[in-house]
Design a protein around this ligand. Structure first.
Ligand code: NAD
Ligand code: DAU
Length: 350
């Protein structure tokens, strides 16, 4: 039985990846390693937690010894590495946390994998999940391809860029069987409400202001989270060692257009008068160094591995809103914790 380590599996994207691997591969044992920061939530995985091919390991990727011991104990055959500090605004207030987890944590995993694989790398794989933000910010035209020069601008994207470089360095220097993917903005169930879409859903539901940074003209390329998980499955199994694959939704929206759409969907689902939720839109101080536009060219992944997004945005956004409305207890558990403090710190002076 293959032993696959998934890091950050209690988070948003990680939990969808863990579920997909546990359900699709009964011949694998899936180890979900997560330290459970504010963003990690085992409630995301209650449906699969008792499966016989699943084990949760509470550990911190910044703890070099603990990570090495786990690799020695379990002898993982493959790693799908998602654990990270992931929110740009938090990286602006606390860059060091991002350096520790995203850079040192990744190196600890690479070193531990190298220690147990160094005599035989056959059939092994270290898959590093990264972001399109490493490529910087686009103007009105153009797309990020796998050969676009790195130009990260936030502490978050710089820490992810650094970890990408280190993963490639282990391929060239030590022959580590690595693969990397860089994905655009994900949306869907289980996303922590610090990110635009779940934050706006929660605020609209509770008739609170929807904070839009600057003029709302920044553009993001949105992909349904399960389509990202499907791409990860494909790249983990079929990607080439040493290669990078871009993953995107081919689905660009300015933030303000997106929020108008969300208001329309929510008015409908909440039985509100048309246009009622739009009154909550509030323009606030812009994010420092706010990247203007991200857009991904996924043609390599589509042409070489046959991936394509399964869900159109119109359908995905309705599905997403329905999930949050049906899972109010999930949201309540999050917003009853440190969230209130975070929200005040982030938004009171904007
Ligand atoms: P998330 O913040 O929802 O989850 C991160 C998970 O990592 C949490 O469960 C957290 O507890 C865990 N974690 C954090 N620090 C850890 C540590 N020191 N040790 C062990 N576990 C730790 O993040 P997400 O949005 O699901 O993103 C997952 C990955 O995908 C990240 O690497 C991110 O850079 C990348 N990514 C995210 C997006 C997106 O739109 N969310 C897009 C492209 C790439
Ligand atoms: O592109 C991939 C990246 O997408 C991932 O690597 C990151 O982990 C993920 O957080 C996401 O980064 P963004 O900064 O694009 O996502 P966020 O949801 O924070 O913001 C989306 C856009 O909305 C961005 O232009 C900032 C804006 N925004 C965000 C928040 C939280 C607002 O206008 N108001 C807000 O309150």
């Amino acid at each position: 039985m293959k032993k696959i380590l998934i890091t950050g599996g209690a988070g948003f994207i990680g939990s969808h990846v863990v579920r997909l691997f546990v359900n699709n591969y009964p011949e694998y044992h899936i180890y979900n390693l997560d330290v459970l920061t504010y963003a990690g939530n085992l409630e995301n995985l209650t449906d699969i937690q008792d499966k016989s091919n699943y084990t949760f390991l509470k550990a911190d990727i910044t703890d070099e010894n603990a990570i090495l011991e786990l690799f020695k104990q379990y002898q993982f055959d493959g790693v799908v590495h998602l654990a990270a500090e992931s929110h740009v605004d938090r990286s602006i207030s606390d860059p060091l946390a991002f350096i520790k987890t995203n850079i040192l944590g990744t190196v600890n995993l690479l070193n531990a994998a190298r220690t147990i694989w160094k005599d035989n790398m056959e059939g092994k794989r270290f898959y590093h999940i990264s972001t399109d933000e490493v490529y910087g910010s686009l103007g009105e035209t153009g797309l990020f391809t796998e050969t676009t020069a790195y130009d990260p601008r936030s502490p978050y994207s710089s820490s992810k860029a650094s970890s990408d470089h280190l993963v490639r360095a282990y391929f060239h220097t030590y022959g580590m069987p690595v693969v990397i993917s860089n994905c655009s903005n994900n949306y869907g169930p289980n996303q922590f409400p610090e990110k635009l879409i779940p934050l706006a859903i929660n605020n609209i539901k509770n008739n609170k202001p929807i904070p839009i940074y600057g003029k709302g003209e920044n553009i993001r390329d949105w992909l349904y989270v399960i389509d990202h998980a499907i791409a990860i499955d494909l790249i983990f199994h079929k990607g080439e060692n040493g290669e990078t694959y871009n993953i995107g939704g081919n689905n660009e929206w300015t933030n303000i257009q997106l929020i108008h759409k969300l208001c329309e969907v929510m008015d409908d689902l909440l039985g509100r008068e048309k246009g009622a939720s739009e009154k909550l839109i509030t323009f606030v101080k812009d994010r420092a160094g706010h990247d203007m536009r991200y857009a991904i060219d996924s043609s390599k992944l589509m042409n070489e591995l046959g991936w394509e997004p399964s869900l159109q945005f119109e359908e995905g956004i309705v599905k997403t809103v329905k999930w949050y409305l049906a899972n109010q207890a999930w949201m309540d558990n999050i917003i009853s914790g440190d969230y209130e403090h975070y929200y005040k710190e982030q938004y009171q002076d904007r």
